[in-house]
Design a protein around this ligand. Structure first.
Ligand code: DGI
Ligand code: FE
Ligand code: FE
Ligand code: FE
Length: 187
């Protein structure tokens, strides 16, 4: 699918602010794809569609998670996690995206998981460091992203886990698994 066509589709799903974020993720994902030799076109499309389901009503997302038999644990954790697997489903149903790598990059862009593919890692990180993001640590994550993809991811996932724990929030197990996997493969 052509970039402008994809952007036109996703614009209808998002607020202006979230659309601007999506453009930032797209630019960042393409830069990372060039740097780490991933498929630029897949990075572009996965980035464009990564937050496709962000504004679906919680009840609709819940229904899809139950009916499509996604991990039932999702329902016990933060609803912020839901738009990722639901988005992966809806881009197939509503947009006709068929590329499994793109679909999985959308599916795991919030939680992460064990054995993330290069494309999944790029979308996860691009979402975290796109130019519109402003939070403590984002500059360091951007710096690391230019040098070492996995180091940047360890830093980012760690930051997210600490952020959640500081608010006494539960952390979805796949996020810990992602962190552990990165750290253990580093040695
Ligand atoms: O959709 P975005 O805002 O662009 O970003 P995202 O899809 O990465 O969502 C991140 C939010 O999800 C972030 O504010 C933290 C929150 N969250 C809640 N529980 C978890 C979680 N993030 C992770 N990785 N793991 C969790 O268990
Ligand atoms: Fe998201
Ligand atoms: Fe994220
Ligand atoms: Fe996002």
């Amino acid at each position: 699918m052509e970039r402008n066509k994809a952007l036109e589709i996703v614009a209808k799903q998002l607020t202006e602010k979230r659309y601007t974020h999506t453009l930032g993720v797209m630019e960042t994902a393409i830069d990372l794809a060039i740097l780490y030799e991933a498929d630029e076109k897949k990075a572009e499309l996965a980035a464009i569609f990564h937050d496709y389901a962000k504004f679906r009503p919680l009840e609709e997302m819940k229904k899809i998670i139950i009916e499509k038999k996604f991990d039932p644990l999702l329902l016990q954790y933060n609803p912020e996690l839901w738009h990722a697997p639901v988005g992966a489903y809806l881009i197939q149903e509503e947009v006709g995206i068929k590329d499994v790598e793109i679909i999985n990059a959308v599916r795991y862009h919030t939680s992460g998981r064990m054995n993330m593919t290069l494309l999944e890692k790029i979308i996860y990180l691009a979402d975290y460091i796109e130019p519109g993001r402003q939070f403590p640590g984002v500059e360091e994550a951007r710096k690391l992203a230019k040098k070492d993809l996995d180091e940047a991811l360890i830093y980012s996932v760690k930051n997210t886990i600490i952020f959640l724990m500081n608010k006494n929030q539960a952390v979805y197990p796949d996020t810990f698994t992602f962190y552990n996997d990165l750290v253990m493969k580093k040695e």
